[in-house]
Design a protein around this ligand. Structure first.
Ligand code: CA
Length: 381
């Protein structure tokens, strides 16, 4: 049963209100989904990280013609061949998000062909639900730090009311309020801590806003606020800086959404860059890389908190990996709570939290069915 169809499907939705983190304003959500169908008509769905442009061209013009006619069951050899081929064709730049989307679709297809969940193919379920942390707390388009703080604190209280006991917010406010400096970031986290109390696990994400000195200054103060991890303090390429900070600071560092493939995560753990790895299934190399990184994390006793900021496909794929992880260190799901109809509505049966956890499905493939009407409504080509 060879692969017959490889399709890139662009989805886009403008947001009613834009919001920011330390790197950018976000005014739309855009995804490039991948659909792979074999001769039997079984289909698999995947998702690429980043904008549609680039991913679509790589998949349709380069990957698709090469993939058609191959055996879809050979997921890992396709993964490795594709990495080699993309690297040799694009020199130092590997379009890893396109590879990731194809890889996820092949795992989904394989599970559906065999009538089993991807989690079972990856080693089996060690859990049927996973603790989820509410991610969000981006900054609204308002004039003052006080107004940002009011919005973020209200959002945090809302997540606790919705049942969550773990939250992650955004810091690096100096970009928007230069006169407030790095102290505003600590003040923001302190305000959230005071609002939600000591029993809620707090995490904070700088989206690599800082130079090493500011990162150390902020990190020292985050420990006093019992912050569980300090995410992406410095630019992802500065692995020496990560290692120095992680050694110097009491608060644990987390990172990995900008890293890809087993060898880069291996290097980061080897250097002691972070205590918690955050590979993204849509950009790290798909579920094949996620499983390899999970094995690496298990061997090194490192935590694994997959980065998730995608559609229902990325969320479902991340849950299948999370199902298989050991209990210690306890994994967590990054559960994006920003308003996003593509994430909410794309699966016929939406993925929702039940109190502090999100249930993990044990159904064929990724465990979701794509709603064709929703797909058509958000399709942009
Ligand atoms: Ca992040």
């Amino acid at each position: 049963m060879a692969i017959e169809t490889v399709e890139a499907i662009p989805l886009r939705r403008d947001l009613g209100e834009r919001f920011a983190n330390a790197q950018k304003w976000i005014d739309s959500r855009e995804y490039c989904l991948v659909r792979v169908v074999d001769e039997s008509g079984t289909e698999g769905w995947g998702e690429c990280w980043g904008p549609v442009a680039g991913n679509r061209e790589v998949i349709e013009e380069y990957v698709g013609p090469w993939l058609r006619g191959r055996d879809p069951q050979a997921v890992e050899s396709i993964h490795d061949d594709l990495r080699y081929r993309l690297r040799s064709s694009y020199h130092s730049y590997v379009p890893v998000s396109a590879l990731s989307g194809v890889d996820i679709a092949l795992w989904d297809l394989k599970g559906k062909r065999l009538g089993t969940s991807v989690a079972r193919l990856l080693g089996g379920h060690t859990r049927s639900e996973v603790r989820a942390y509410a991610t969000g707390h981006f900054w609204p388009d308002v004039d003052s730090f006080e107004a940002v703080r009011e919005s973020v604190v209200a959002e945090a209280e809302g997540h606790v009311d919705a049942g969550f006991d773990a939250l992650k917010n955004k810091i690096g406010l100096e970009r928007i309020f230069p006169d407030r400096g790095r102290a505003a970031d600590v003040e923001l986290v302190r305000s959230i801590r005071e609002a939600v109390g000591d029993d809620v696990r707090l995490m904070t994400d700088a989206n690599h806003a800082y130079d090493p000195g500011d990162a150390r200054w902020v990190g020292e103060r985050l420990a006093d606020l019992d912050v569980h991890f300090f995410e992406e303090p410095v630019v992802p390429r500065d692995k020496r800086g990560y290692a120095r900070l992680n050694e110097a600071l009491e608060v644990s560092l987390a990172g990995g959404e900008c890293w890809a493939f087993l060898d880069e995560f291996d290097e980061c753990l080897d250097r002691g860059c972070v205590d918690y790895l955050q590979p993204d299934v849509t950009s790290a190399g798909g579920l094949t890389t996620m499983r390899r990184v999970a094995d690496l994390a298990r061997a090194r006793n490192a935590g694994l908190y997959p980065h998730v900021f995608g559609s229902a496909v990325a969320l479902a794929a991340s849950l299948q990996l999370l199902a298989t992880l050991p209990d210690v260190p306890e994994p967590m799901l990054e559960f994006d709570r920003t308003p996003n109809p593509i994430r909410e509505d794309l699966a016929v049966s939406p993925i929702r939290n039940s109190g502090t956890t999100v249930p993990i499905r044990d159904e064929p493939g990724l465990g979701i069915e794509i709603d064709r009407d929703v797909l058509s409504a958000f399709r942009t080509d």
